[in-house]
Design a binder for this molecule. Structure first.
Ligand code: NAD
Length: 297
């Protein structure tokens, strides 16, 4: 029986840990918010992150940003000292590739294998066990982690060495942000010129402007059922997290002397939206408000 320690039980981590328990793994969970610990069906609660990391075969983390990951593993009272050499460590958080490599290197010095395995697929993917895992690290580590990835997701990609999963994730989310801002801009232009947003969406879906945001995550309220825009932009993928990911794209571009004019503009748009509309804790598709302020009400 594989035992798993899981730390970080937010919108993503909670359902991911529950899916591991549902698949038959023995799961021990911890979060700084006690109510979240009790909310993971089928798992037992740990008293601290170090407790969750002690005596487990696999240790998984799902935290907001690089500083949280660094502190969890190699900060004062970090879990690095209590993880066994045989424990496979999988960090599913979206963080900067530099921190991913730094923490993996520090664990490797202790003989511990760590994978960076950020995910795509949102909260619905986490709940339904259909996430895409984008893995950086050794093939042997990925092979050991595969049963867990299969319990939490539907697609598993090996991007390359340590940190590569984070680079691929950063590229994907930068493109997602650009597509969402462009989709919101096009819809607002059409509506301002008298078109119905549902009709315009249908036309563009079947034309060359069709894209994931327009087709399955439409930002205009009322056009699609079951998406964030049709429930007041609650839940989903927070604007603050998207802004964070665009910051990671910028850092990655600076450190590799790459030019990302569209990504930089997208970062500016999402940050402006978060500040001007108080939308940091709303789903990122609420960027629609920036182009159609009347929708804010
Ligand atoms: P969240 O804010 O809902 O959850 C993060 C959790 O980590 C919180 O419950 C917090 O209490 C906990 N935490 C922070 N520091 C901790 C520590 N030291 N010890 C224990 N618990 C700690 O965030 P989320 O939406 O679950 O996202 C997690 C990660 O997944 C982020 O890196 C995000 O970018 C990424 N991601 C999110 C989505 C999405 O749709 N929400 C999609 C893909 C990737």
């Amino acid at each position: 029986m594989t035992t798993v320690g899981f730390v970080g039980l937010g919108n993503m981590g909670g359902p991911m840990a529950a899916n591991l328990a549902k698949a038959g793994f023995t799961v021990k969970v911890f979060d700084l918010v006690p109510a979240l610990i009790a909310g993971v069906e089928g798992a037992s609660g740990a008293g601290s992150a170090r407790d969750a990391a002690t005596g487990v075969d696999v240790f998984v983390s799902m935290l907001p940003a690089g500083r949280h990951v660094e502190s969890l593993y190699i900060g004062a009272d970090g879990v690095a000292d209590v993880l066994g050499k045989e424990t496979l460590v999988i960090d599913c958080s979206t963080i900067d590739p530099g921190t991913a490599r730094k923490v993996a290197g520090a664990l490797a010095d202790r003989g511990i294998t760590m994978l960076d395995a950020p995910v795509s697929g949102g909260t619905a993917g986490a709940q339904n066990g259909t996430l895409t895992f984008i893995v950086g690290g050794s093939q042997a580590g990925l092979d050991r982690g595969r049963p867990l990835f299969e319990a939490m997701g539907a697609n598993i990609y090996h991007a390359g060495d340590s940190g590569s999963g984070q680079i691929a994730k950063v590229c994907n989310n930068m493109l997602l942000a650009i597509c969402m801002a462009g989709t919101a801009e096009a819809l607002a232009l059409g509506v301002r010129n008298g078109l119905d947003p549902a009709k315009l969406s249908e036309i563009m879906q079947k034309s060359s402007g069709g894209n994931w945001c327009l087709n399955v995550y439409n930002p205009w309220p009322g056009v699609q059922d079951g998406v964030a825009s049709s429930r007041g932009y609650s839940g989903g993928f927070l604007t603050d997290l998207m802004t964070k990911d665009l910051g990671l794209a910028l850092e990655t571009a600076v450190s590799s002397a790459s030019s990302i004019p569209m990504g930089s503009l997208a970062r500016n748009l999402f940050q402006t939206h978060a500040l001007a509309n108080g939308a940091g804790r709303l789903d990122f598709s609420s960027i629609q408000w920036l182009y159609a302020p009347d929708l804010k009400g």
